[in-house]
Design a protein around this ligand. Structure first.
Ligand code: C5P
Length: 404
């Protein structure tokens, strides 16, 4: 399999002298198996021709928001991309992207995508080192944008310094790394995986709810990892985070909505990973109007009832060869409680985390877990990023599938 096979890439080219190297990048991406859609800025055409990209890319290069037959090229490009690369990325394009200004096709596409974005800056040293550019790069990095380069070396002006576009092969390597295909075993190729993510919100009245601290990051990491390993993912989620471009997203809020979405989807999926933090209790009645404070200093009594246990219901209806994974946030007797949960809910795997430990579980970017399987195996994963945890959980899913 080629390193970028099946990957849809938008290659943005902005107006720097290094734009000529983007022609080589385009060629190499196509050679690596990617479907490449080039988007050039108006000024990039002063350095390179549209024809060069038309000849080498997988579809004709686009420049303007307005002159093609497609009324919304930026949303088509943004939504269908697995990766957007900007090479070279000029100071102007970086500034517009950081500020969220979408006044040409490239910047509009950058706003219209949830795919990972890789920018490869190229400019004169003074422009690169200017605090405005450095602030913009810091902003973009904070938002999860990948930045490759610039290199230090001779510049087109004859000066020497930071600002050279990184070599085309490095851009392709970075693209492979970002989409996470190289090195990922395709051991979930075509497997249908249902993932839940985030905490549910249980309404008290039209403006108030009972919620919890779940960020959804672990569920999204599982969705990304499963996609990289070839799975077809449905993500039932209460939060909006960058999702794999190919995933089907079902947006829900309450436990009842999550239950409906999961029960409708469960039968069609080979694997279910229930990483959402579903509320255990909800108000028995939801007030139609905002509950007033009143002048008498009194407080309303909100009577609670239990929510449905979605995981237990899915476990009870588990079809043959289906693998179901639950999560257990515990503060004591981690393994014993998690094992009891595994039996009670009739699931194959429980991922247990001690949420009282530092850096573990809710809201963190890191997690530490014990993965317990129905056949008695236990895998401990020490504190690490949530993508690594996702990898270990899916390794266990693959192992359980092989036992069936
Ligand atoms: O019983 P406990 O809440 O500890 O179980 C946690 C696991 O059960 C998680 O996988 C969670 O997504 C799931 N769960 C559920 N429905 C509930 C409560 C928890 O599916 N009402």
């Amino acid at each position: 399999m080629l390193r970028l096979e099946g990957t849809r890439i938008v290659l943005g080219v902005s107006a720097g002298i290094a734009a000529y190297k983007a022609i080589e990048v385009c060629r190499r991406l196509v050679d690596a198996g990617a479907h490449v859609a080039p988007v050039l800025t108006e000024d990039a055409l002063r350095f390179v021709t549209k024809l060069s990209f038309d000849a080498l890319a997988s579809e004709p290069a686009l420049v303007s928001l307005w002159d093609g037959p497609d009324p919304s090229p930026h949303t088509r490009l943004g939504q269908s991309a697995d990766l957007v690369i900007v090479a070279p990325a000029t100071a102007r394009v970086l500034a517009k992207y950081a500020a969220g200004i979408s006044d040409d096709l490239l910047t509009a596409t950058l706003l219209a995508t949830r795919a990972p974005v890789l920018v490869c800056p190229a400019m004169h040293t003074e422009m690169w080192e200017h605090p405005a550019t450095q602030d913009n790069i810091a902003t973009l990095r904070r938002r999860g944008v990948h930045v490759e380069g610039p290199d230090v070396g001779p510049l087109a002006s004859g000066d020497f310094g930071a600002g050279r576009l990184v070599a085309p092969e490095r851009i392709v390597d970075a693209a492979v790394r970002v989409v996470g295909i190289r090195g990922s075993a395709q051991d979930l190729d075509g497997v249908l995986v249902l993932v839940t993510a985030g905490g549910t919100r249980e309404a008290i009245d039209p403006v108030r709810f009972i919620g919890n601290r779940s960020s959804g990051k672990q569920g999204y990491a599982i969705a990304h990892e499963a996609t990289a390993r070839g799975a077809v993912v449905t993500l039932v989620t209460t939060v909006d985070l960058p999702a794999p471009i190919a995933a089907k997203i079902v947006r829900v809020e309450s436990a009842a909505e999550m239950q409906r979405a999961c029960e409708a989807a469960a039968g069609a999926h080979d694997v279910i990973v229930m990483s959402a933090a579903v509320a255990d209790f909800r108000p028995k009645q939801i007030a139609d109007q905002k509950i007033k404070k009143g002048d008498d200093g009194g407080v309303p009594l909100v009577e609670l009832e239990r929510t449905p246990d979605i995981l237990a219901a899915l476990g009870a209806k588990k079809r043959s060869r289906q693998v179901i994974v639950g999560f257990a946030a515990e503060t004591q007797d981690l393994v014993a409680n998690a094992m009891a949960k595994l039996m009670k809910k009739q699931v194959d795997v429980i991922v247990a985390n001690d949420v009282s430990a530092p850096g573990v579980g809710f809201e963190h970017d890191t997690n530490a877990v014990s993965i317990l399987a129905g056949d008695g195996t236990r895998t401990d994963v020490a504190l690490t990023d949530k993508r690594t945890i996702a990898r270990a959980v899916l390794d266990e899913v693959v192992r359980m599938r092989s036992l069936h």
